[in-house]
Design a protein around this ligand. Sequence first.
Ligand code: ADE
Length: 239
Amino acid sequence: MRVDVLTLFPEIFSGYLGQSLLKKAIDLGRVDVQLHNLRDWAQGRHQQVDDRPYGGGPGMVMMVGPVVEAVEAVQARDPTPAHVVLLTPQGRRLDQQVVEQLSARPRLLLLCGRYEGFDQRVIDILQPDEISIGDFVLNGGEVAAMVLIDAVIRLVPGVLGHADSAVDDSFSSGNRLLECAQYTRPREYRGLKIPDILVSGDHGAIARWRAAQSYARTRQRRSDLLDNNQGHTHDQQVD
Ligand code: ADE
């Protein structure tokens, strides 16, 4: 998968892209992330990319010319057309289903805004997939783009090892349950012992216990997930 990111702050991404799973995916050639500075398409002596809003009001608005021309130029750098995503609090909400849809695309182009948003004509011309990561306002789309990249990249075939298979992830289409509690050594800490079943060696019983735990936790914390949890029946419950 190729991911192009258009931003005024490409350096925000570098530390993150050089870490762990994402670095592995890039090193393996499964993912190619290309950063582009929107200012390279800025106009005039002052390299202006934003201006005051018509009609007045606070803040600055990203200008249509540099943004549209940047997207067109970056699109043309690869023969595979990119699915253009604009990160904005006004977009459809990112969830695991949307992540799954995006991970099936061969190429994404992520457009990160700053200031008070984009000139509406950016949206009219490019017709991007507008995506929000939640009902809160960030200072720009960069962190939202990193969230999206992180979630999408784990679903690209060959990125996660078999042991970390994404099929069991909470919220994936095959599983709309929260994860069960996990434990590692030591077996006892400050008087808190791990559940005996986990050291019983009975793999069937452990799997049933975990499924029941997942279900109970989901019912307690996120019963909304169970309302449309098709195809899952759990007769065993633990409290
Ligand atoms: N840009 C600013 N806030 C955002 C949000 N909540 N989601 C996506 N992009 C954003």
